[in-house]
Ligand binder design. Structure first.
Ligand code: ATP
Ligand code: LTN
Length: 331
């Protein structure tokens, strides 16, 4: 009999169009892992409303995101792909887990602190408890591995702590998940401000997966560098150039040393467009395929409906166990 495959869960918020960061930090790994693992890939729309969204945009982007997942190479036959709000068990488990999470733990989350600063006029309870919902996402499916970018490591660690605590109070209930963070591309920085992460809800300095080739090239030509000319990897002294080198390596599969050698003695005038070209070629087939898929709404609907059905079956098993352990009367 074939050994049980390990399980993966990951998700992205439909809070903006997907970026080069979402691709290099997360989706690319999802594709690489889909054969070896039993995978669930989610469109986490409930997380997206922790900051204000325009309803029509949220709806459109959720569908676009599914098309982009598939265009990146995720096979709907191999993976369960679904929309978070279609599986009510996420909200249900989130409530329970919130009762096993400390206020102090949530207060220390850097993403909360960052977003609270950015949305100072709308710091909601949802934004604060965001990591609890994320823990529910992961624990509902007993995931072993969570492929994410560097910025999400703290949330996955909190998820482990919550799971460990629950298991300790009751008995073994949840699998403790590990973050899976890529070696190259784990933290792509903004092209206009290399001190901050490239983030889809921060359009400045962002390269979107669906950007046209000429827009991608223009953004790279304008990318912030420094006043030297040497193409050298040095994140402290040369954050802009180092970020471009990381992107170039992630796009071409070259090592940093090989990339530095490629541009030895050549200035930024050659280097920046070359990085742009590498990204254009990486994104071209994805953009074309996503555009094609988006024209077929019935196909996409079939995938997310079937995904939700399969996800619910798995989620319900865990939720029943949890409800029983905490002492709820069986329905
Ligand atoms: P938002 O701006 O709404 O917070 P975001 O662009 O930061 O969104 P998320 O939806 O939070 O993106 O992240 C999706 C996935 O992509 C996560 O696994 C995250 O770690 C990864 N990711 C996001 N941005 C980057 C980046 N700049 N570099 C590497 N990985 C990233
Ligand atoms: N918080 C993640 C999105 C997310 C997620 C998850 C990632 C929500 N639930 C579960 C992995 C596993 C983010 O990318 N900002």
């Amino acid at each position: 009999m074939e050994a049980q495959k390990k399980r993966i869960f990951s998700g992205i918020q439909p809070s903006g169009d997907l970026t080069l960061g979402s691709y290099m930090g997360a989706i690319r790994n999802w594709v690489a892992l889909q054969d070896e693992y039993d995978c669930l890939y989610c469109i986490v729309d409930m997380h997206a409303i922790t900051v204000r969204q325009v309803p029509a945009d949220l709806r459109r982007r959720s569908l676009e995101q599914l098309a982009q997942y598939i265009a990146c190479g995720l096979d709907p036959e191999k993976n369960i792909m679904f929309i978070q709000s279609h599986v009510p068990q996420h909200a249900e488990l989130s409530w329970v887990l919130g009762c096993y999470t400390q206020f102090g733990e949530l207060s220390r989350m850097t993403q909360f602190k960052d977003k609270a600063r950015k949305h100072a006029d709308n710091i909601t309870a949802g934004l604060f408890t965001y990591p609890v919902l994320m823990a529910a996402d992961i624990l509902l499916y007993q995931a072993d591995l969570v492929p994410v970018g560097e910025d999400q490591k703290q949330h996955v660690e909190l998820c482990r702590d919550i799971a460990g605590r629950f298991n300790g109070v009751y008995s073994e209930t949840f699998t403790l998940p590990e973050p899976f963070i890529p070696k190259v591309g784990a933290r792509i920085m903004s092209l206009t401000n290399p001190a901050s992460k490239m983030s889809k809800s921060d359009p400045d300095g962002c390269v979107y997966m669906m950007d046209k080739p000429e827009d991608i090239l223009r953004k790279f030509k304008r990318a912030v560098t420094d006043c030297e000319t040497a193409v050298r990897f040095d994140p402290e002294q040369k954050p802009g150039v180092s970020n471009l080198l990381s992107i170039y390596c992630a796009a071409t599969g070259k090592t940093i040393a090989e990339a530095e050698a490629d541009f030895d003695g050549q200035g930024y005038g050659v280097f920046k467009p070359a990085v742009g070209e590498a990204v254009v070629e990486l994104m071209r087939p994805i953009r074309e395929e996503a555009t094609r898929l988006l024209a077929d709404k019935a196909y996409l609907e079939g995938i997310y409906r079937e995904g939700a059905r399969r996800a619910q079956q798995l989620a319900e098993k865990t939720l029943r166990k949890v409800y029983k352990k905490v002492g709820f009367v069986a329905r």
